[in-house]
Design a protein around this ligand. Structure first.
Ligand SMILES: Nc1ccccc1C(=O)C[C@H](N)C(=O)O
Length: 224
C-alpha cells in the first residue's frame, strides 16, 4: 500500500510576514543627551505579593522608535495627536544608503521620489553593532541638501534608523526645521536590520499624546 504523505498541517504557523522595525524600551537604553534618561521601574510586583505587576515609566517623548510632532521644532506646528493616520500607515519604500557618514543627495536622487511617498532610509546605523545603552554621536544622519530635496519633492514621511534625522551637533536643528516646516512627518529610532530594500506596507502609530512633540511608536512593515 503506497504510503501517502501526511496532509499539510494548514494550521502550522505561517510567518505573518510582518517585520517589527521598532526598538525595545528598557531602563538604561541610549537616549538623546539632553533628553530624560529612560527608567522602567516596578511599582507593584506579583513576586512581592501585590495583586498585579505595574511599572512606572520615566522617559522623554523622543525615546526609542518615535514620531516627531511638527511642533517639535516649529512654533504652532501640530502635535502627533493631530497627525493624519495616512502619514504613517500605507505603502512605503525602503532605500538602502551605503555612505558611512551621512545620507547624501546623490544616493537619494536616483530613486526619483514622488510627492506623498513614505520613505525609510536604511543605513549602517541598522547594521553596525551599536551599543544599546550608550548614545553614539557619529550616527549616520540626513544631509541638509538631501533634506531640502525631500522637501522639494514633497514626500509625506521619512523614517531613519537612529535617534535623530539630523546629525548630532551638526545639522540636527536645520534638518528638522526643513522637514517639519514643510509638514513632512519624521519617524526616528527605527531598527531596519531585518528589512531589505523594496516596497512595503508600513504601520507605525505614535502614542496619542495631546499636542505631543513626539510620540513613542511601534512600527512594522510587510513586503508588498
Ligand atoms: N533636545 C534637542 C536639542 C537640540 C537638538 C535636538 C534635540 C532633540 O531632542 C532631537 C530629538 N532627539 C529628535 O531628533 O527629534
Amino acid at each position: 500500500m503506497e504510503q501517502l504523505a501526511a496532509p499539510t498541517d494548514c494550521s502550522a504557523k505561517k510567518p505573518s510576514g510582518w517585520i517589527d522595525i521598532s526598538r525595545s524600551i528598557y531602563s538604561g537604553m541610549a537616549y538623546w543627551p539632553d533628553n530624560p534618561p529612560v527608567r522602567v521601574e516596578p511599582v507593584q510586583c506579583l513576586a512581592d505579593g501585590d495583586i498585579c505587576n505595574v511599572s512606572k515609566l520615566t522617559l522623554g517623548s523622543h525615546t526609542g522608535t518615535h514620531v516627531d510632532g511638527l511642533n517639535h521644532f516649529i512654533k504652532g506646528g501640530v502635535g502627533v495627536d493631530q497627525m493624519p493616520l495616512e502619514a504613517t500607515i500605507g505603502p512605503a519604500r525602503l532605500i538602502e544608503i551605503t555612505h558611512p557618514e551621512y545620507i547624501p543627495l546623490d544616493q537619494v536622487e536616483p530613486h526619483n521620489l514622488q510627492a506623498g511617498e513614505r520613505i525609510l532610509f536604511k543605513t549602517q546605523n541598522s547594521t553596525r553593532e551599536y551599543p544599546g545603552d550608550r548614545f553614539i554621536e557619529d550616527f549616520i544622519y540626513l544631509s541638509t541638501e538631501a533634506a531640502q530635496y525631500l522637501a522639494e519633492r514633497q514626500v509625506r514621511t521619512i523614517g531613519v534608523d537612529y535617534l535623530s534625522v539630523g546629525g548630532y551637533e551638526k545639522n540636527v536643528v536645520e534638518v528638522h526645521k526643513i522637514l517639519l516646516g514643510q509638514g513632512i512627518w519624521v519617524i526616528e529610532g527605527l531598527d531596519l536590520a531585518a528589512a531589505q530594500p523594496g516596497g512595503y506596507e508600513l504601520i507605525c502609530l505614535p502614542l496619542k499624546l495631546k499636542h505631543g512633540d513626539g510620540g513613542l511608536a511601534r512600527a512594522v512593515v510587510r513586503s508588498l
